[in-house]
Design a protein around this ligand. Structure first.
Ligand SMILES: NC(=O)c1ccc[n+]([C@@H]2O[C@H](COP(=O)([O-])OP(=O)(O)OC[C@H]3O[C@@H](n4cnc5c(N)ncnc54)[C@H](OP(=O)(O)O)[C@@H]3O)[C@@H](O)[C@H]2O)c1
Length: 324
């Protein structure tokens, strides 16, 4: 089979399309023919081996997993002897973070608990785009953010992979949603359901006197003190990603602020799991969430897709089309 392979850390140029052996499923595994994958900031971190701390998971001196890629959707081609939840022909999607990566390939073997049936109304490309980014948004808003109906919720970075899902998921929980993005993305943010939009090139939402019950920042973008000011007295701030400085503030100042006052602030760590894939499947099938896809690239152009993501201005998700 064809796969994107790397043996050393570096820029996306270290990735090469190669012919490798097609895997065979173990007893608890499902062999999936991958039809689409999607790229994430986490893929970039794994390819670059930077920040260095990430290597504790991905391999200290060289990559532990030869084929990168986390988000994927495809069709089950074969199942191991102990598999009970899937059969050949089933259309599935999932996040391979917990089971050795490998989404940038024509086939992958995954434990049956890492995947779920694909939403029936979604293409493979749309389903792949959901597998991690939407789950980050869901867990940030629901689990860490304790989102409630009618709350005032602000999504900073609303036009990116995580933010475009966060706007729609927050709406599905009945919140009043403010989306922060740049001028060119205002119309898109309104089209996915934002009640209010703020153009960060024109206005700083942390300085305008408005207060929010819940703020989810896809990336930090501001010092934690700015977010504290923009929170209502019992408000919650959740940061999903950002620079090392922003991450340290969320990890060290966040717990202190949370312990010493009524506001709760901090970052989150994604916990991929099947229940949340099924939760998202229902939201997608109910038409409450629809992935925003910016660009599509063939498997051979994963490096170009990652370089585009690295520019930091993707509008929604970047998808890798692998085959039908
Ligand atoms: N915690 C976890 O376990 C976990 C798991 C997965 C992902 N993450 C993190 O989630 C973060 C978000 O990823 P993503 O996929 O959404 O991609 P992204 O590359 O962070 O987002 C791109 C979007 O950000 C917007 N943007 C850029 N500067 C901005 C600013 N100053 N204010 C507001 N928006 C701005 C861009 O719009 P414009 O071009 O219009 O500015 C673009 O639409 C990443 O840092 C990733 O590492 C964390």
């Amino acid at each position: 089979m064809k796969a994107i392979v790397y043996t050393k850390y570096g820029s996306p140029d270290v990735l090469h399309l190669e012919e490798v052996e097609k895997p065979a499923p173990a007893d608890n595994e499902v062999l999936v023919k991958i039809h689409a994958a999607a790229v994430t900031v986490g893929d970039l971190i794994f390819v670059k081996g930077s920040p260095f701390l990430a290597r504790l998971g991905s391999g200290l001196l060289k990559p532990k997993h030869k084929i990168p890629g986390k988000e994927m959707a495809g069709r089950v081609e074969a199942v191991g002897g102990n598999v009970t939840q899937f059969k050949p022909g089933d259309e599935v999607f999932g996040d391979l973070y917990v089971c050795g990566l490998g989404a940038f390939a024509e086939y992958v073997c995954v434990p049956e608990n890492a995947i779920a049936l694909k939403p029936v109304n979604m293409s493979f490309e749309e389903a792949a785009a959901v597998a991690e980014s939407a789950i980050v948004a869901l867990q940030g808003l629901r689990d860490k953010g304790k989102i409630q109906p009618e709350q005032k919720v602000l999504i900073n970075g609303a036009s990116g992979g995580v933010g475009s899902f966060a706007v729609q998921i927050a709406k599905s929980f009945g919140a009043e949603v403010t989306a922060v993005c740049s001028t060119r993305n205002l119309a898109m943010a309104r089209s996915i359901g934002a009640d209010h939009v703020i153009d960060y090139t024109q206005e700083d939402f942390t300085q305008n006197g408005q207060r929010y019950d819940l703020i989810l920042a896809a990336n930090g973008y501001h010092p934690i003190s700015d977010y504290k000011r923009a929170l209502s007295p019992n408000g919650i701030y959740v940061m999903t990603g950002g620079s090392m400085a922003q991450l340290s503030q969320a990890m060290f100042q966040g717990p202190w602020i949370s312990m010493t006052g009524s506001k709760k602030m901090g970052n989150m760590g994604l916990k991929p799991n099947k229940n949340d894939l099924v939760f998202m499947k229902k939201l997608l099938e109910a038409g409450k969430v629809k992935p925003v896809i910016d660009r599509r690239y063939p498997l051979s152009e994963v490096p170009a897709a990652l370089r585009y993501l690295e520019e930091g201005h993707a509008q929604g998700k970047i998808v890798i089309t692998i085959g039908t």
